[in-house]
Design a protein around this ligand. Structure first.
Ligand code: G3P
Length: 216
């Protein structure tokens, strides 16, 4: 499973990329607001750091507007993927952009039927939001299981990207189900490397090594 960073913070993205475990990046207007920088400039910088897909989100509500924004984004770098929302207009834009050879990530997916329409519209990626479903009292990961089953049934090529990840357990469950990608906040990315017994083990090995040195 690929791991993307869900962030528009260039420092975080650079740190994640340095580990060799960051396969791509997803951004959205809320993340850009947090980063406080110009969107296109930020995207350009992110694309120079990470060679994998970098998602840039459109804000128009009509298909023509989304396509126009998508074409502009696609000129920033080869690895740009255009994000459109899961709406009727979003599906139209997805088909139009895909026909032009521009990869699309359909975002704000909350049901398996939405994911079915996304795949039928030729999207490169579907982004189901598991955390927000959990917040609403549903089980977000159940949606991933359903989408995986449907996509396998019909051999859809659309990649399942688990979004709105809140913790490392979401990542583990995504991998067990066989999702293609999980996009994670930097805080969760850091946690993936850690286990308390690893730290205890390193401490013990170093203490024993020092004892060996003292005996020499
Ligand atoms: O990028 C889309 C998604 O990951 C947003 O997550 O935490 O705002 O629900 P969140």
């Amino acid at each position: 499973m690929q791991i993307f960073i869900d962030s528009a913070d260039v420092l975080e993205i650079r740190r994640a990329a340095e580990t060799g475990n960051c396969d791509g990046v997803t951004t959205n207007p809320s993340l850009i607001m947090k980063a406080g920088r110009d969107y296109n400039e930020t995207l350009k910088e992110i694309c120079s750091i990470v060679k994998g897909p970098v998602s840039a989100e459109t804000v128009s509500l009509d298909a023509d507007g989304m396509v126009k924004e998508g074409i502009t984004f696609s000129k920033i770098a080869k690895n740009i993927v255009v994000k459109v929302p899961m709406t009727v207009e979003g599906m139209k834009a997805c088909q139009m952009l895909t026909k032009k050879g521009i990869k699309v990530n359909v975002t704000l997916c909350f049901s398996a039927n939405q994911a079915l329409l996304t795949a039928k519209s030729g999207a490169f990626i579907v982004s189901p939001f598991v955390g927000r479903l959990d917040d609403a009292g549903e089980v977000g990961m159940d949606l991933i299981k359903d989408i995986k089953l449907i996509y396998d049934n019909y051999k859809f090529k659309t990649k399942i990207l688990v979004a709105s990840v809140r913790n490392t357990n979401h990542v583990l469950e995504a991998a067990k189900i066989g999702a293609d990608i999980a996009t994670v906040p930097y805080s969760v990315f850091e946690q993936l490397f850690k286990h308390s017994l690893t730290d205890v083990g390193i401490k013990k090995f170093l203490e024993d090594w020092e004892k060996v040195q003292k005996k020499k």
